[in-house]
Write a protein that binds this ligand. Structure first.
Ligand SMILES: NC(=O)c1ccc[n+]([C@@H]2O[C@H](COP(=O)([O-])OP(=O)(O)OC[C@H]3O[C@@H](n4cnc5c(N)ncnc54)[C@H](OP(=O)(O)O)[C@@H]3O)[C@@H](O)[C@H]2O)c1
Length: 389
């Protein structure tokens, strides 16, 4: 064990009193929201002190976390515990991203394991454990964030299949995830153009056996091209948007559904289809007719599929983002980054992580809970703005 510095030794007695007070308080009102811990790795103290089972559970989690930090204090010194607390309460630094920073401390391995264990004990982590998740469009934006969020939420035993056209970028994403969460998450990058039906048909048969038992499909790949109005819409753009956003999404769903249907046949099957739609599917706007039509199609397809699978444990979930800053606008303006930047001037858009948290939240509910339909805005938005989304 690392010998304590002189200053730390002196600080030990008052610090022990503080710990005592914290432990005593844990049985009272302060509680850690497991949802917040699950999705962001930060503390949230709630004033709810009801005597419900949830309340007791949260109090238990709080007590456990205090105990973990207390143990770190006793074994590694006040500095290490203070460092972890600082990371936990930092509003800008989610715990999951703070963990690698602890590696410089001599007791890093010990500390890391404790904190990781505290995080993965959440209900969400347990529900996702052992699952295989496919994400389309994982090379950038929302899809890439989803990959990280799933891995951080359930880092012990998860398989991720990341797909997109840019295979080199996918390999980089896979390596970053592996570096951050370790070997508990197996990541398979697969080059796949969802707009090509033949590639989608070959997708499942070409997967290694250990990745074929898919539980969650995140249909996220999608794009917008231009702002042209009829009759000047380029046929190529029209086909690209429909073939990716609609036919691609439907083909992917049809490729994976047989796997869901063959699972727990007595209950009609089990698995999650999570479709990323858009506010554009609800509110068509001038200059976005094709993109809006594709997202309206996603909405209709999702609603029909939910009805078609109602006698099963298959959940059909649609998440419609408002304005999110990603490569989306760069693609819309054919690579013109300057023009894309202007879309977000003077506003604070959502980040892709904001949507990823909703996706992972939906996928990690109790099996009987279906977050069927979600519209997510940044606070400045209540409707569709021109030239966006
Ligand atoms: N950003 C927003 O404001 C916003 C708002 C509402 C909804 N959305 C929706 O959110 C989803 C994700 O978009 P994003 O904002 O994260 O944009 P993004 O950063 O441009 O990401 C789009 C992803 O889709 C992939 N993709 C595009 N065409 C593909 C194809 N034919 N086959 C396979 N993958 C393909 C891209 O990868 P490759 O280029 O490597 O193939 C990329 O990974 C889209 O469905 C979009 O419509 C976005």
């Amino acid at each position: 064990m690392k010998p304590r510095a002189e200053g730390e030794e002196k600080a030990a007695a008052p610090a022990a009193c503080v710990w005592g007070m914290l432990l005593a308080c844990a049985g009272q009102s302060p509680m850690v929201s497991s949802t917040t811990l699950r999705t962001q790795g930060r503390w949230k103290i709630s004033s709810n002190s009801s005597g419900s089972k949830v309340g007791s559970c949260r109090r238990y989690i709080t007590l456990s976390l205090y105990s973990v930090l207390f143990s770190i204090h006793m074994l590694s010194g006040a500095k290490a515990a203070a460092h972890i607390i600082a990371q936990l309460v930092s509003p800008k630094q989610p715990l999951s991203r703070a963990i690698p920073r602890l590696s410089s401390h001599p007791f890093s391995r010990f500390n890391l394991n404790l904190v990781k264990r505290a995080m993965s004990a959440s209900a969400a982590a347990k529900r996702l454990e052992g699952k295989t998740i496919v994400i389309t469009g994982a090379s950038s934006g929302i899809g890439k964030s989803c990959a990280f969020e799933f891995a951080r939420t359930s880092p012990k035993n998860l398989k991720l299949i990341l797909t997109a056209r840019r295979i080199d970028t996918l390999k980089e994403v896979a390596a970053e995830i592996q570096k951050e969460v370790g070997d508990g998450v197996k990541v398979l990058p697969v080059q796949l153009d969802v707009s090509k039906p033949e590639e989608v048909r070959q997708f499942v048969p070409k997967l290694p056996e250990e990745f074929r038992d898919i539980h969650v499909l995140v249909n996220n790949a999608g794009l917008v091209k231009g702002l042209a109005r009829a009759p000047e819409i380029a046929e190529e753009d029209m086909n690209t948007m429909f073939n990716t956003n609609v036919t691609g999404l439907i083909n992917m769903t049809q490729a994976i559904l047989p796997i869901f249907k063959s699972r727990r046949k007595e209950e009609g099957g089990a698995g999650d289809v999570i479709n990323v739609g858009s506010i554009a599917g609800r509110e068509p706007y001038a200059g976005g007719s094709i993109y809006c039509a594709t997202k309206a199609a996603v909405r209709s397809f999702s609603d029909s599929l939910r009805k078609e699978t109602v006698d099963s444990r298959i959940r059909v979930i649609e998440i419609d983002p408002g304005q999110v800053e990603t490569e989306f606008s760069v693609v819309r303006f054919y690579g013109d980054a300057e023009k894309a930047k202007k879309v977000y001037e003077g506003v604070e858009p959502l980040t892709p992580d904001d949507i990823a948290e909703v996706v992972v939240f939906a996928a990690s509910r109790r099996e009987n809970v279906v977050i069927a339909d979600t519209l997510v805005f940044p606070s400045h938005q209540v409707s569709l703005l021109p030239t966006s989304f």
